[in-house]
Design a protein around this ligand. Structure first.
Ligand code: ATP
Length: 328
């Protein structure tokens, strides 16, 4: 492949997700494989502006594939949203003779990368790292699968206590705008109902469903609620509603919170991160820019950053139907 690129930089930006370290490792080792240099940038765009750089070789990423979080740290940078901030970042890259940048993050990070490319013509590539799975152009973002496993594990544990006391549990999972985590973990965790931002199932249906499951002899009930569910009530308000309108329920709530972002990445996320890192580096080496790597029909494919940012992911309607049938 034509190779004018001699040195690449990699950074992690926005919210962290399990698998980011595996992606950093893959980028660094793919650079080593192709005998080009690699620089790690600490704290996302913040570190790019401050010149917080560290050369990385194949051995500097040993022992991180199984670690959650990101060894490069992540940040949200207000300064990178300004032309002056981006100018400083560009100058640092020029001073360090960097020829291309791999950004591991979400759509905000990709927006920054695209603007940066449009201003300076600097080659950029995106790797989608977020647990929410809300990025167009990939069936799975890095960290989604791990987060699903973490949540299902928590639901299983909560169910143990729920069924010992005949309780109804509302469990809140991450997902302000998308219900991918709620829908998948709701099915896998055997939830009676799943409330997501995409569909307003309505309180009447929730009441019907709970009554039905009680009549059918279920000893406990679990309702999974995405942070941004369309009914518009948070789980404390849902508890209040059931307390006031339904008799005989011992209702508890559990907010899983940030534990969903942590933990050792699953096998799936490690493999995905490794594949994405290779493709990101090799695409830059081919002289291409402004793409995100993604998984589509089990192939690593490229989607233009602009499309990845503007496109909307859709909830899987088949899963909604399966969830309906399973709660019978
Ligand atoms: P997450 O999915 O976890 O929210 P994200 O990548 O979408 O991840 P953001 O906080 O939206 O997270 O963006 C990360 C960083 O990208 C911002 O702190 C900012 O530095 C940069 N960025 C986002 N939008 C822009 C923009 N319009 N112009 C320049 N930089 C931007």
């Amino acid at each position: 492949m034509p190779n004018k690129i001699k040195k690449l930089a990699v950074l992690t930006s926005g919210g962290d997700s399990p698998g980011m370290n595996a992606a950093i490792r893959s980028v660094v080792r793919t650079c080593a494989y192709h005998e080009i240099q690699c620089i790690g940038v600490y704290r996302g765009y913040e570190g790019l502006i401050e010149g917080d750089f560290k050369p990385m070789g194949a051995r500097s990423v040993r022992g991180i594939i199984n670690k959650g979080g990101t060894i490069l740290k992540s940040a949200r940078s207000k300064e990178f949203r300004t032309p002056e901030g981006r100018q400083k970042a560009y100058q640092n890259l020029v001073d360090h003779e960097v020829d291309g940048l791999v950004v591991i993050g979400g759509d905000g990070s990709f927006t920054g990368a695209l603007i940066f490319n449009q201003e300076f013509g600097f080659p950029v590539m995106g790797i989608p790292g977020t647990i929410d799975n809300d990025i167009f152009g990939t069936s799975h973002t890095l960290g989604f699968d791990t987060a699903l496993n973490t949540v299902v594990d928590a639901i299983d544990k909560i169910r143990d206590t729920a069924s010992s006391h005949n309780r109804l549990f509302f469990i809140e999972v991450m997902g302000r705008d998308v219900g991918h985590i709620a829908l998948n973990t709701g099915i896998a965790g055997g939830a009676e109902e799943i409330l997501i931002p995409e569909e307003d199932l309505g309180l009447d249906r929730l009441v019907d469903s709970l009554n039905k499951s009680r009549k059918s002899g279920k000893t406990s009930s679990i309702v999974i609620v995405a942070e941004g569910d369309k009914i518009g009530k948070n789980i404390f308000e849902l508890k209040e509603f059931v307390d006031e309108n339904m008799e005989g329920y011992d209702v508890r709530v559990s907010v899983l919170g940030h534990m969903q972002r942590g933990g050792s990445p699953s096998c799936f996320d490690r493999v995905l991160a490794s594949r994405m890192g290779v493709k990101a580096v090799e695409t830059l080496l081919e002289g291409k820019t402004n793409y995100m790597v993604g998984l589509l029909a089990n192939k690593i494919e490229l989607t233009h950053l602009d499309k990845a940012i503007k496109g909307k992911t859709k909830i899987n309607l088949e899963l909604l139907r399966v969830s309906d049938i399973m709660s019978t």
